[in-house]
Design a protein around this ligand. Sequence first.
Ligand code: IFM
Length: 480
Amino acid sequence: MTATDPRPRTSTRRFPAGFLWGTATAAYQIEGAAAEDGRTPSIWDTFSRTPGKVFEGHTGDVAVDHYHRFRDDVRMMADLGLSAYRFSVAWPRVQPTGRGPAVQKGLDFYRRLVDELLGAGIEPVVTLYHWDLPQDLEAAGGWPERATAERFGAYAALVGEALGDRVTRWTTLNEPWCTAFLGYGSGVHAPGRTDAVAALRAAHHLNLAHGLAAQALQAALLGRARLSISLNLHEIRPLTASAEDREAARRIDAVGNRVFLGPLLDGAYPEDLFADTASLTDWGFVRDGDTATIRQPLDSLGINYYTPTVVSAVTEGAEKPQDDGHGASDHSPWPGGDDIAFHRAPGERTAMDWAVDPSGLYDLLTRVSARYPDLPLLVTENGAAFEDEVGADGTVHDPDRIAYVHGHLAAVHRAIADGADVRGYFLWSLMDNFEWAYGYAKRFGAIHVDYESLARTPKSSAHWYARVARSNELADPTEE
Ligand code: IFM
């Protein structure tokens, strides 16, 4: 057994008492009702209508109609025996222009959803921002502008005041790396800008937004908020042990991970990140006091993991592979990283063409835990897209997804056995949904959605995951 072997060492496959078992979704990916009850366009409404940006012009206009079917969706979660549900609030639904008072109808939707969850014994975990910036705020400059962070603090206060009597677990931002670097760097996500400096500015203002929102939530909840942020930390592996490849890995770690971990948890940006990006910016947009605002006490850190990232230095004459797993673009999402190559990680692949490698999750959890030993961790996203098909008998049999989740849960179990303080796991995703630039072409759900009828059918992975959640034990992947 190697140091990174994800197999649990002990014969028991039990998880710690109180371990949270949940699924996760995001507003734009599931809600639909894009123009109802006062909601105005977000950057994803605009982007999905821009020709060529999203697979076959798919949009979130209807999505899986969760806005109207949330009661049934909560009932399905309850039937699966899940103890938690992570969802996001659509900013343009509760504060359409990103300014001013809240729209009560928008807040009421989330009040009803939370009531339904609590009534079913499911703990709500609310994410304030999962990528749907009000279009008006993008028109005013978007995340590269400081004002957007300040607006986010005010929005957090509105949502905190509305739901704070019912919700204690809060996640400020989901995957700010994607917002900053895919949204403003490579442009494969909304708003589709391709400007490396704007991406770095966005990263800082997202960090600041987190800090301001954390303060606003604690004020609204009188200090009772259990705060978190979900980062898609990259498990970065150098292609070879050469000094050049290890240096490439260090640089991607700086702009992929430590750009957030540094200010959030250490109270400072890493000096090597400043040096790596010095030809682009002097980081003058970071003002005195910002890093103190960003470093707010956290109840847990959310980690989203799907696949490792393999990098090397580009040696002269070598072809530079572009496959970093985030979508093709002529513009890099890695500011200052133009001379770094990305490689296909070994192993079986999902429908996203992402390599299946649970050891990456083990390594990530144990490393972050060793670096920040007092900070509990939650796996706030993990899962896989496969080409699921409905069988003649109406069932959806998805053994590949079960194998994927089983392997990753074994990695979590082993990380816990080796000392990582992991408190929960949220499967991405509850049901098939709008997979951003891939539209509805990629299915991540434990529950199948027929996009014509919008009928929901739990896949065999949902039944398998339900057994894990109910027993608090890792079930055999061959027993559906
Ligand atoms: O669907 C996304 C989610 O919105 C954010 N994390 C990754 C998932 C799969 O790509």
